[in-house]
Design a protein around this ligand. Sequence first.
Ligand SMILES: Cc1cc2nc3c(=O)[nH]c(=O)nc-3n(C[C@H](O)[C@H](O)[C@H](O)COP(=O)(O)O)c2cc1C
Length: 409
Amino acid sequence: MTQTLTDSAPRIEAPTAVLPALHIGRHTIESPVVLAPMAGITNRAFRRLCRQYGDAGSAAGGASGATSLYVSEMITSRALVERTPLTMRLIEHDPDESPRSIQLYSVDPETTGRAVHILASENRCDHIDLNFGCPVPKVTRKGGGAALPWKTEHFRRIVASAVRQAAPYDIPVTVKMRRGIDEDHLTFLEAGRIAEGEGAAAVALHARTAAQAYSGTAQWEAIAQLKQAVTSIPVLGNGDIWSAEDAVRMVRETGCDGVVVGRGCLGRPWLFTDLAAAFAGAPTRVQPTLREVATTLRLHTVYLAEFFESETKACRDIRKHIAWYLKGFRAGSEIRSRLGLVDSLAALDDLIDSLNLDQPWPGAPAEGQRGRAGSERHVVLPEHWLESRELDDSARAEVAQAEVSASGG
Ligand SMILES: Cc1cc2nc3c(=O)[nH]c(=O)nc-3n(C[C@H](O)[C@H](O)[C@H](O)COP(=O)(O)O)c2cc1C
C-alpha cells in the first residue's frame, strides 16, 4: 500500500535540510521526526500507518533503516498503577515498533515513579515521555498539565522520580511542555534547564502557552531560546508544522535538533514520507490522488478494527478522521455526512466507490491547518497558584486531584 502511494504519486521539488540523527538516550532516531502524542489519535493503528509512511520516505531518501519516533497517546500514571484494562491496552505496541514509546501524564512524584517502574521493570517500552502541556481547564484548575511546571520544585521531583526509576533499565525519559501558563507566566526556560539537570534525555516545546491553547501561531522564537538555554540534550520543536517545508523552516529558524508533528498528519499520515525524505535530503513530496487517499483511509480503518478488536468501534472512530482525509477534495456534502455515520467496512467501501476517485491531489486546499484551533482563553488555576513557585500542602492535595481522566496536551 505505502509503496503504491509513494511510487505513483506526483512529486514536486522542495527544500531539504539534512539533519544529523537524533540521540534520545541509547536510541538513535535517524530521521529526527517525532509523531506528537495525541489522545484518541496516536493509538497503535495510527502509529503503524505513520510508521509505514515514514519508512517509505526514509527509503526514498536513501537512508535505509532510518527511524522516527512515534509516541503513544497519553496515559495517566495513576491509571497505569491501577492497571485499568483500557490503559493496559493503550500501552501495547506492534511487535516491530522500535523504539516503543509511551507518554505518561503525571501530577506527583510518587505515582510517576511507580508508573515508570511498571513500564521499565516489565519491559513494556523503550522510551517514556512526560506530558506537561495539557491546557484543559479541568486539569489546570487543579494545577496539573501546563500549570504544573510553575511549581518548580514539584516539577523537578516528578522528572527526577521518573528518571530514577527508568535509569536502571536504560530507558530515556523526555519532557514535553508548553511555553508556560500565559505571557506573564512563562515557564519553559526554567523547566527545560531543570529537566536537563535531572537527567531528561530531551525536551520538546510546543511553542504556545496554555492560554493560547491551539489558537494563533506557535512562537518558534521560544524554541530558539530554549535551544540556547538547554545545551547538553536535544531540543525538539513543536507547533504548526503542516508540511515538510515547515519542518525544514523550523529547524533553520530555531536550530532545534528535531521536530514534533501533531495536527499536520491528521488525515495525512504520508506527511511522514515527506518529512523523512526532506531530512534525508530528498526533494520529493507525496501528492496522492483521491483513490490513494481512500485506500489509506480504508487501511486506517482496518488497523483500527484490529486495535479495537471491533469493526463497529473502528468505524465509529474513523468518523472523526474523514474530514481530514477529504480536505480539499470534491466530495458532495451528502457523501461526507454519510461517511460521518459509517458503521461497517462494507458501507465504507460503498461510499468510497461513490466518490470520484480519479481526482488529483488538490494542492493548497488540501494543505495547511487542520484539527484543533479555537481561541485564546483565561487559564483557570487553583487559588493563589501564581503567588508562589513552591507547592504548599493544600495545593499539593489539589494537584493530586488533577490526574482525573485528562485528555491531551
Ligand atoms: C487531538 C489532540 C490530542 C492531543 N493529545 C496530546 C497528548 O495526549 N499529550 C500531549 O503531550 N499533547 C497532546 N496534544 C498536543 C500535541 O502533541 C501537540 O503538542 C500540539 O498539537 C501542537 O503541535 P501541532 O501544531 O503539530 O499540532 C494533542 C493535540 C491534539 C490536536
